[in-house]
Design a protein around this ligand. Structure first.
Ligand code: ME8
Length: 670
């Protein structure tokens, strides 16, 4: 029995839980569950990152003090995860008192070693990244952050510096001693070449705002948000019994997206080494996974909010979403989340493969074994049993190894291969024909073998689909896994026959959706365009809103009107949509991290060039709408509009609504 400690990033509270944050958190939970199944003692940590300039500004924009603002969004994260069957052992907030005290202690330890000094920082800062940028990193023109595509800010202030430069050599030596520290391999190489290129001392405090942990002995400074945030992984364990999860015999795995690998792979071990932690007390693995797109598009803020993982879980059950996230995306690589693929995968893997196996076997047992587990005489095994046995051994071992090496997609694939082999075994052994021949012993053998494989599958798939796996076990008459963990339950050997045990089957567990049902679900899950944005603009006047909100009267209550989020936008790019006469595809700056993609029916009235640079009025909180697909640069993409422009007039002579005078992108109309 070992110990396994897995963490997700702590998420910024400038956003609510979305598919990206759900992804990392689902993977962490699945890995933790696998380790529970093999009998390890486990600890899972997630939480929220609440300090820093980004959050202070966001709170101010909402007219709230930062703590009240953080309380609200942090609670949304805390409440979200159980809806995806995720129950972390601790949900940490960087505003928790024990965390703040721990961070200050760590600071003091580092200060005592002489690795901190006071100076003045002048340079470029991206508030989106909460990170200083070198001139070299910026995109021109406009001094843009390469990740956020927004202009960085010039900062000049007194600051403490951490002597990161001094840790270049020790870090490289550490990476060499621990070749598995940075995963996957390709990312490790990136980090190595970054560190080999030389490190600059790191500014680790700020004096121009106050929303952060005060620097001990010099409260004019608040700590740099990443110093505060990274420390959560250690502060969460405190200094009592839980430190066993930071001990040499515990495996510590930090999961994160590739966007923030550098902070974890460079700064974090440097802080720990500086504070006197030994190699053994530095995490075992920092694993940077890829980024998800949705239906082929980068997940900007509007799209993230539209593909709500909690809604998907509520609509389809948490397991369907978990399964797809774990199975469809090769962990470590970028991947696309496609609604249609989600339903297809569910149908194929869980419905047709596993679901059919389960319902077929249970159905046969109802007819042939009086709904009990039959006995199984191993002495009479033949070549088909040997073939199944081989598939069993191979896939159970490979799945185990895949979970251990952080490859959930491969682990699940092996469970499905075993399910396939079992379906094949039934097809070849034809228990129904054996029953007709009156060969009860053979029927019993076949069904018993299948029940044992199903039992093994319920264990192998529990990390991915805990609700369905427990339901499978209930149908098989087996105890819940969740209450029996604590010893190694991995089915390395095929489970023993459970002759005589009553089955408790009831209803199909994985009902498949036919084409019509799939289409209906898709219509529900992916908002479709009913009208072309731009053309429909006049419909967003008070009249239309009133029509839906207040029925006959034609009047709209102020509260209803206030729900419509109208914002000033600036058109950044604009192009014609091939083969769609009326449509233009625009990107519009709304003061968000990334410009929005908006599809509008303006092409009969404007050339694309005429619109670039124009100030427009955008309905910013309209659910995304799809306009079919089109080919751009030889690639077929879905046309999804994330907002609507306001305009007036006939479609060949539209006039755009705009604002007079100066207004920054994102300004709200009131
Ligand atoms: O970076 N695909 O917080 P954050 C996959 N507070 N994963 C995604 C994703 C996408 N499109 N979008 C987000 C921070 N993620 C800091 C972390 S840790 C000490 C401090 C996931 O709210 C992924 O895990 O911006 C990514 O690294 C994380 O959300 C960023 O979350």
């Amino acid at each position: 029995m070992g110990r396994f400690y897995v963490t997700t990033p702590i998420y910024y509270v400038n956003d609510v839980p979305h598919l990206g944050t759900a992804y990392t958190t689902v993977v962490a939970d699945a890995l933790r569950r696998f380790h529970q199944v093999v009998g390890d003692e486990t600890f899972m940590l997630t939480g929220t990152d609440e300090h820093g300039l980004k959050i202070e500004r966001e709170a101010k924009a909402k007219g709230l003090d930062p703590k009240t603002f953080c309380d609200g969004i942090s609670a949304r994260f805390r409440e979200a995860w159980p809806k995806l069957e995720i129950t972390p052992d601790r949900f940490i907030r960087t505003t928790d008192a024990d965390h703040e005290a721990f961070v200050q202690e760590l600071w003091k330890k580092i200060e005592a070693t002489g690795d901190l000094y006071e100076g003045e920082y002048e340079g470029w800062y991206c508030v989106g990244c909460e990170s200083l940028k070198t001139e070299k990193e910026l995109e021109q023109p406009g001094n843009l952050c390469p990740l956020h595509k927004t202009a960085v800010e010039r900062v000049k202030e007194s600051s403490y510096f951490f002597k990161l430069e001094k840790w270049q050599r020790p870090l490289l030596d550490f990476y060499e001693r621990h070749p598995n520290f940075i995963q996957p391999e390709s990312r490790r190489n990136e980090v190595l070449s970054f560190v080999r290129g030389g490190l600059n001392d790191l500014s680790v405090s700020r004096t121009t705002f106050t929303w952060g942990i005060p620097v001990p002995g010099n409260p004019k400074h608040v700590m740099y948000v990443w110093f505060d945030a990274l420390t959560n992984y250690r502060s969460a364990l405190g200094s009592g019994d839980l430190t066993k999860f930071w001990a040499p015999n515990a495996k510590v795995v930090h999961l994160m997206g590739k966007d923030i690998l550098r902070f974890h792979a460079v700064f974090w071990p440097a802080f720990l080494l500086s504070a006197g932690y030994t190699d053994e007390e530095i995490p075992d693995v920092v694993y940077a996974h890829g980024f998800l797109t949705v239906d082929g598009q980068k997940m900007g803020k509007s799209l993230r909010n539209a593909v709500d993982p909690l809604r998907l879980a509520a609509e389809l059950g948490p397991d369907v979403l978990r399964y797809h996230l774990l199975r469809a995306i090769a962990f470590g690589q970028d991947g696309d989340f496609d609604h249609a693929a989600l339903l297809e995968r569910y149908n194929a893997d869980l419905g047709k493969n596993l679901g059919n196996l389960l319902s077929r076997v249970l159905g046969l047992c109802t007819k042939m074994t009086d709904s009990k587990h039959p006995g199984d005489d191993l002495a009479t095994d033949g070549p088909l049993e040997a073939e199944l046995g081989e598939a069993y051994e191979l896939n159970v071992r490979a799945a185990y190894e895949a979970w251990q090496s952080l490859a959930p997609h491969t682990a699940i694939d092996h469970a499905m291969k075993l399910s396939n082999a079992a379906n094949l075994y039934i097809a070849k052994t034809e228990p129904w024909a054996q029953a007709k021949n009156g060969d009860a012993a053979r029927v019993n053998k076949i069904l018993s073998r299948m029940l044992r494989v199903l039992e093994a599958l319920s264990v192998m798939l529990w990390p991915a689909i805990p609700v369905k796996a427990e339901a499978m076990r209930a149908q098989l008459g087996l105890p819940r896994l969740g209450i029996t963990i604590g010893s190694d339950l991995w089915p390395t050997k095929m489970p023993e026959s459970r002759a005589g045990l009553a089955l408790a089957s009831a209803g199909p567990l994985f009902p498949t959706h036919d084409e019509k049902a799939q289409k209906e679900l898709l219509d529900k899950l992916v908002p479709k365009a009913e009208v072309v944005a731009g053309e429909a603009a006049p419909a967003v006047t008070a009249k239309a809103v009133a029509g839906s909100a207040s029925g006959e009267s034609g009047l709209v209550a102020y509260d209803d009107f206030a729900k419509v989020d109208l914002r000033v936008g600036v058109v950044k790019t604009c192009e014609k949509v091939p083969k769609k006469d009326k449509l233009l595809r625009l990107t519009v700056d709304l003061g968000e991290a990334e410009p929005r993609t908006i599809v509008a029916g303006l092409a009969l009235s404007f050339t694309p060039e005429a619109l670039v640079g124009k100030k427009v009025i955008v309905v910013a909180n309209l659910a995304p709408r799809e306009f079919g697909s089109a080919e751009f640069d030889g690639k077929k993409v879905k046309l999804v509009s994330h907002g609507m422009l306001l305009a007036s007039g006939p479609s060949e002579d539209l006039r755009l609504a705009t604002i007079d005078g100066d207004a920054a992108p994102g300004s709200r109309l009131k």
